[in-house]
Design a protein around this ligand. Structure first.
Ligand code: PLP
Length: 448
């Protein structure tokens, strides 16, 4: 039997590519070949609506020629040179200055990486090294939360709060302690108490148990993404910051998802009005056109890191000039097209569309959003809020994609959306209608 070119690509993929989270027995492949705006096309010519922005990142949408031209020009001018020691390049310098202008005013220093996992490894090491340099080397513990996702390194992976990311990889990094996540919909987590009061008391208790003089930092996503798009109460982060300050513990915001307009501000730190000591970012900094990450680091932490021989940790691709040039072009588009305010208005519009389309379905427990980060939490029962059972062979997001071409994602019993910030009203309606077409026939037992 002769295979079509699309079938051949799928067969070759099965033969050679190890995909994260895909069992070897899985036959299906969706081979993307083109992207424009919020649309993708696969090798068979089928069109998709990208309502997840790839993996939470395609801020300015796919297929921007302007960014491709910048990458092309930069590759011809200077494709790479190291940023170790005294070496630098003009694009990394321009980008660092620009990020410092956009970030909270205590964060004026930038450490570049190639992505979010690398960024969190760097942040955890920076936090420990900061204390080491200040003669407090006993401060090694990292506080994190259940349901957090901080990437795949041993540091960030250990701070990640899902057992599935730890099983089989033991031993994970020691000296990590997980707290309860802020998830107001799950009132049972807080035993009837106000969620923030409960969480602050737990934090104080944990610090007392471990000893403040043994704790380097707390790391947290301001809004948890992979955990199901969990939005904390407004007073949670300011109160956490106050407790950490009192105990000399650094606050690391993992804004790999939430930065660069996703929540309607440059950084979610601005949305919650807190000043972390370190913010890790990646994804939306280039909208995915090239890999890049950037840590925004406070003046105080930087001063400690740069003592003596400097910070002894570098990546070959620190400050890659092509990635930096692409990031600058991406930020230009975000600014020129007012995508921060668009994230707010389109996020509200999409939220309203989801409410209209899905609000009456008994399996929809809650629809929540901040800017263009949205989630539809699925339950078997609205009263008890029991999570909807899921059949791995027929997950709602898979069925939605197969039947309608709309790509949404499953995150811990919620369907999450994080579309390009340029999504149109028509596309928002299409996403909501597509989700309804599958969820309206999904039973409380999870059968579709
Ligand atoms: N941190 C958060 C909050 C993330 O959502 C992710 C990836 O989804 C990461 C870190 C890891 O980033 P990367 O996949 O670029 O290594």
């Amino acid at each position: 039997m002769t295979l079509t070119p699309a079938q051949q690509l799928a067969a070759t993929d099965r033969a050679h590519i190890i995909h994260p989270y895909l069992p070897g027995t899985a036959e299906e492949r969706v081979v993307m070949t083109e992207g424009k705006g919020c649309r993708l096309t696969d090798a068979e010519g089928r069109s998709y609506l990208d309502a997840t922005g790839g993996l939470w990142l395609a801020q300015v949408g796919h297929g921007r020629k302007e960014i491709a031209d910048v990458a092309h020009a930069q590759m011809q001018q200077l494709e790479y040179f190291t940023s170790f020691w005294e070496f630098s390049n003009d694009k990394a310098i321009q980008l660092a200055e620009r990020l410092a202008t956009l970030a909270p005013d205590n964060l004026n220093h930038v450490y570049f990486t190639s992505g979010g996992s690398e960024g969190n490894e760097a942040a955890i090491k920076m936090a420990r090294y900061y204390h080491h340099r200040r003669g407090e080397g006993s401060r090694t513990w990292i506080l994190a939360r259940d349901k957090a996702y901080h990437g795949i390194g041993y540091g960030g992976g250990s701070a990640t709060g899902f057992p599935v990311y730890h099983e089989g990889f033991a031993p994970m990094m020691p000296h990590v302690s997980h707290l309860t996540p802020p998830w107001p919909y799950r009132t049972e987590l807080y035993g009837g108490a106000d969620p923030t009061d409960f969480l602050i008391a737990e934090l104080e208790g944990r610090i007392a148990e471990i000893g403040a003089s043994n704790i380097a930092a707390m790391i947290g996503e301001p809004i948890m993404g992979v955990g199901g798009m969990l939005v904390p109460p407004a007073d949670y982060w300011p109160r956490v910051r106050e407790v950490l300050d009192r105990h000399g513990i650094l606050l690391i915001f993992d804004e790999v998802v939430t930065a660069y307009g996703r929540v309607g501000e440059w950084f979610a730190a601005q949305h919650f009005d807190v000043k972390p000591d370190i913010i890790t970012t990646a994804k939306g900094i280039t909208s995915g056109y090239t890999p890049l990450g950037a840590l925004l680091v406070s003046d105080e932490v930087t001063e400690a890191l740069l003592q003596d021989h400097g910070f002894p940790m570098g990546y070959t691709y620190n400050g890659h000039p092509v990635a930096a040039a692409v990031a600058l072009a991406n930020l230009d588009i975000i600014e020129r097209e007012n995508l921060l305010s668009r994230a707010v208005t389109m996020g509200e519009y999409l939220h309203a569309q989801l409410t209209d389309a899905l609000g009456d379905l008994p399996i929809v427990g809650e629809i929540r959003s901040v800017g263009m980060m949205l989630a539809v939490e699925l339950v078997a029962d609205r009263e008890t809020r029991t999570p909807l059972p899921m059949n791995p062979a027929r997950m709602p997001h898979d069925v939605i994609r197969r039947e309608t071409g709309v790509i949404v994602r499953d995150s811990a019993h919620s369907l999450v959306l994080s579309p390009p910030l340029i999504m149109t009203e028509q596309e928002a309606k299409e996403a909501a209608t597509a989700m309804r077409s599958v969820l309206e026939r999904t039973t409380p037992a999870g059968d579709i």
